[in-house]
Design a protein around this ligand. Structure first.
Ligand SMILES: [Zn+2]
Length: 127
């Protein structure tokens, strides 16, 4: 169920930054997900659909990009990419690895509609 709390935070962040840009609607959220995080974009999408109802993110689409797992081998000192299910140096098979990337989770970018009528935006909440 950890996708649920992730999606809650994600939605909060997206709405906050969309408001800062005076966006009236969030259309697409581009995510970067490290392969070691084990996050399934389809789950995020399902939770987002539930949580975003009635917000400016309602109907937003998740576009996810997986980031490779990169390691530095402490034995042969080479960098390499490994698959999450095979944690060994691709060069010398050593298990003494330093993780360089693969646990990321962040918003790469968003596609939003900007409300052209800036004067109505400043009327909100300032009085
Ligand atoms: Zn190695």
């Amino acid at each position: 169920m950890h996708e649920l709390s992730i999606t809650e935070h994600l939605l909060e962040d997206c709405i906050k930054s969309a408001r800062e840009k005076n966006a009236s609607k969030i259309r697409v959220i581009h995510l970067c997900i490290g392969q070691l995080r084990g996050i399934i974009p389809d789950c995020i999408q399902i939770y987002l659909d539930m949580l975003s109802e009635g917000t400016i993110a309602e109907g937003a689409r998740i576009e996810a990009e997986y980031l490779p797992v990169k390691v530095l081998c402490r034995d042969c000192k080479k960098e390499g990419e490994i698959s999450p299910g095979h944690l060994a140096c691709p060069h010398c098979k050593s298990l003494k690895l330093k993780l360089l990337s693969g646990k990321e989770f962040y918003i790469k970018s968003m596609e939003v509609d900007i409300d052209g009528n800036q004067s109505t935006a400043s009327d909100n909440g300032l009085e």
